[in-house]
Design a binder for this molecule. Structure first.
Ligand SMILES: Cc1ncc(COP(=O)(O)O)c(C=O)c1O
Length: 287
C-alpha cells in the first residue's frame, strides 16, 4: 500500500485529498523536490533541502517545516513504504484560500504533500545503447532555477520528444544550451566534461553538482562553461543527468548520430564512479 504524507498525517494515497481551491491546483503556486533514496538512505538530503529553501524564497513562501522535521518525516515516509530504493516527491503550495485571487492570501496555510514511488533502475538497454534526444527552443520564463510546479512548458517539450521517439528534449535559448526538459546537460569535448554554469535559466541539479564533485575528486577535467548549439552538435559525448535517470548517454540528436553512436568512454568512467558512490550511500558511508 502506498502511504503518503499530507499536512502532518500519513495516510494511504487513496485517502489523501486537497481542496479544489488549493493554489497549487489553481495557479501552480508551489514548489517541489525529487529526492532519490538508495537502500533507504536519502541522497544529498542537505542539498535538496537547501534547494527547496531557495525555491520557496524564490516564490516568497515561508518554509513550513524545519530541516530537522523534514528529515524526520521523509525518513518516516521511507520506512512506511516498500522497496529499498525509493523516489521521494515533496511539494509545498501556498494552500487554499477562501476565494480565487492572484495575490497572496493572508494568512497562508501551506499544503505539504510528500509521496514515495519505487525508484526503478534505468533499463539495461538505455544504458548499453544510449538514448535519442531532440533539440527545442527554450520557451520558458527567466526563473528556471526555481523548482516550480508550473511545468507546462517542460510537459510540452517532453511530449514533443515522445512524439519523435526520443527520451529527452535539450533546450536552446539564443543558440546556447540551457538544460533538458527534465534533466541537466553535460557534453564531452576533447576529453573535457562541460556543463552550463548555474543561472536563472536552468535548474541547479543535485545530480549535476554531484557529478562535478565526483569528476574533480577522480582527476577528471570538468568545467562549468556555456555550450553553444554548434558545440553540442559537434560533441564527442552528450549526457543527460537527473535524480531518477542518473547519467544517460545521448547517442542521437535530432535523428543524427553523435560521434560513433555509442555511449562514450568518459561516460563509462563516470557511470562506474557514480555506481560506486551509490554503493557507499547504501551502506551508510555517504550522504
Ligand atoms: C528541468 C530540470 N532540470 C534539471 C533536473 C535535474 O535535477 P536533479 O539532478 O536535482 O534531479 C530536473 C530534474 O527533474 C529538471 O526537471
Amino acid at each position: 500500500m502506498q502511504i503518503v504524507y499530507l499536512n502532518e498525517k500519513f495516510l494511504p494515497v487513496e485517502q489523501a485529498q486537497v481542496s479544489v481551491l488549493d493554489r497549487g491546483f489553481l495557479f501552480a503556486d508551489g514548489v517541489y523536490e525529487v529526492i532519490p533514496a538508495y537502500g533507504r538512505h536519502l541522497l544529498r538530503l542537505g542539498d535538496h533541502l537547501q534547494r527547496l529553501q531557495s525555491s520557496l524564497d524564490g516564490i516568497r513562501l515561508s518554509n513550513p517545516l524545519s530541516n530537522e522535521r523534514w528529515t524526520q518525516l521523509l525518513n518516516e515516509l521511507i520506512s512506511k513504504n516498500d522497496g529499498d530504493d525509493q523516489s521521494i516527491y515533496v511539494q509545498v503550495t501556498r494552500g487554499a484560500a477562501e476565494k480565487r485571487a492572484h495575490a497572496f492570501p493572508v494568512p497562508v496555510r501551506h499544503t505539504v504533500f510528500c509521496m514515495s514511488t519505487p525508484l526503478l533502475p534505468v533499463s539495461k538497454q538505455q544504458l548499453l545503447q544510449g538514448i535519442a534526444a531532440i533539440t527545442l527552443d527554450d520557451i520558458r520564463w527567466h526563473a528556471c532555477h526555481i523548482k516550480s510546479t508550473a511545468l507546462l512548458a517542460n510537459v510540452l517539450a517532453s511530449q514533443q520528444a515522445v512524439d519523435k521517439n526520443a527520451s529527452e528534449a535539450i533546450l536552446l535559448r539564443d543558440g546556447m544550451v540551457t538544460e533538458g526538459a527534465v534533466s541537466n546537460i553535460f557534453i564531452v569535448s576533447h576529453g573535457v566534461m562541460l556543463t552550463p554554469p548555474k543561472s536563472p535559466l536552468l535548474l541547479p541539479g543535485i545530480t549535476r553538482d554531484l557529478i562535478i564533485e565526483l569528476a574533480r575528486s577522480n582527476a577528471m577535467v570538468c568545467k562549468e562553461q556555456e555550450i553553444s548549439e554548434h558545440a553540442l552538435r559537434g560533441a564527442d559525448e552528450i549526457w543527460i543527468t537527473s535524480s531518477t535517470r542518473e547519467i544517460l548517454p545521448v547517442v542521437t540528436l535530432d535523428g543524427k548520430i553523435i560521434a560513433d553512436g555509442k555511449p562514450g568512454a568518459v561516460w563509462h568512467r563516470m557511470i562506474d564512479i557514480y555506481q560506486e558512490y551509490k554503493k557507499r550511500l547504501r551502506s551508510g558511508e555517504e550522504s
